[in-house]
Design a protein around this ligand. Structure first.
Ligand code: CA
Length: 242
C-alpha cells in the first residue's frame, strides 16, 4: 500500500512538473505593448537614449491617434517611449536562433523606432544599419500610415537586454490630419520561423549607431520639427484622417 501511495505521488508530481500552469514564464510567448506608453511633442534624438529621463512626459494611449487625446492640432514630430522587461522566455520559446519580433502596430504617418538607443526600423522596414537619423523618413509613401510596423531582431542581438528593462522609443512624424500610434495591438513575440541571427540576412538587419544621452543629435536640422513635406497634401489629406 505504501508503495502504491508513493507511485501516485510520483505521478502527481510528474503532472505538476510538465503542466504549463507550473511554468508560466516558459510558455509566455508574447509581451503586450498596448499600454504604458509615454509621450512628448517635438523632436530630439536624445529621446531615443534608454537613460533619458522621461518622467515628466505624459501618459498616452496607442489605440487611437494623439488628436483626441489633447493634441488635435498637432502635426509634425512627437515621440513615444515605453519601458518593458523582455523575458528570456521569449528566447527560450523560440526555435534555435529564431528572432524577436517587435510589433508596434500602425503609425500615422512615419516612424523611426529604437530599442535601447539603436535604430531597429523605420516606416515598416527593418533598419539596414546605415540610415541617417535625419528627417528623410518623413517623406515616405503616402500609404505608410496603413503599414504594420514589424521589426525582427536576432535573439543574440546585443541591444536586447533579456530579463531586464528595455526602452523602446518611437520617433513619429505626422504629415497632417490624425497622427501617432493608433492601432493599439503592439507586442513583443518570437518570430514565427526561420533562423535569424546577426550573422545572417534573415533579419534584414544589421547594427546601426547607438544613441547615448551625451551624443548630440546628428544630422538633424533645427528647422525639422513641425515642417511638412514639400509635396502638397491638399488632395490626399483626407487619407490621413483614417
Ligand atoms: Ca497624419
Amino acid at each position: 500500500m505504501k508503495l502504491k501511495t508513493t507511485s501516485l505521488l510520483q505521478i502527481v508530481a510528474l503532472i505538476l512538473v510538465i503542466s504549463p500552469l507550473t511554468l508560466p514564464a516558459q510558455v509566455r510567448d508574447i509581451v503586450p505593448l498596448q499600454s504604458g506608453w509615454k509621450f512628448i511633442t517635438g523632436d530630439n534624438l536624445e529621446y531615443a537614449a534608454p537613460g533619458f529621463d522621461d518622467s515628466r512626459w505624459q501618459a498616452i494611449r496607442v489605440d487611437e491617434s494623439w488628436d483626441p487625446q489633447g493634441f488635435e492640432k498637432l502635426d509634425g514630430f512627437a515621440w513615444y517611449r515605453i519601458k518593458v522587461v523582455i523575458p528570456s522566455s521569449l528566447k527560450a520559446a523560440a526555435h534555435l536562433k529564431d528572432g524577436l519580433r517587435v510589433f508596434l502596430g500602425k503609425i500615422n504617418n512615419f516612424d523611426q523606432s529604437f530599442l535601447n538607443g539603436r535604430l531597429i526600423g523605420m516606416n515598416g522596414s527593418a533598419a539596414a544599419g546605415n540610415e541617417p537619423l535625419d528627417d528623410a523618413f518623413t517623406k515616405a509613401d503616402n500609404n505608410t500610415y496603413e503599414k504594420d510596423r514589424i521589426y525582427v531582431l536576432p535573439v543574440d542581438d546585443p541591444p536586447i537586454l533579456w530579463d531586464k528593462e528595455n526602452v523602446i522609443a518611437v520617433r513619429v512624424f505626422d504629415a497632417g490630419g490624425l497622427g501617432g500610434m493608433y492601432s493599439g495591438d503592439g507586442g513583443l513575440r518570437r518570430a514565427g520561423s526561420g533562423a535569424c541571427t546577426a550573422a545572417t540576412a534573415a533579419c534584414a538587419w544589421s547594427p546601426s549607431p547607438i544613441i547615448s544621452p551625451r551624443t548630440p543629435p546628428p544630422g538633424l536640422s533645427s528647422s525639422a520639427a513641425g515642417r511638412l513635406p514639400s509635396r502638397s497634401w491638399s488632395i490626399t489629406r483626407r487619407r490621413f484622417t483614417l
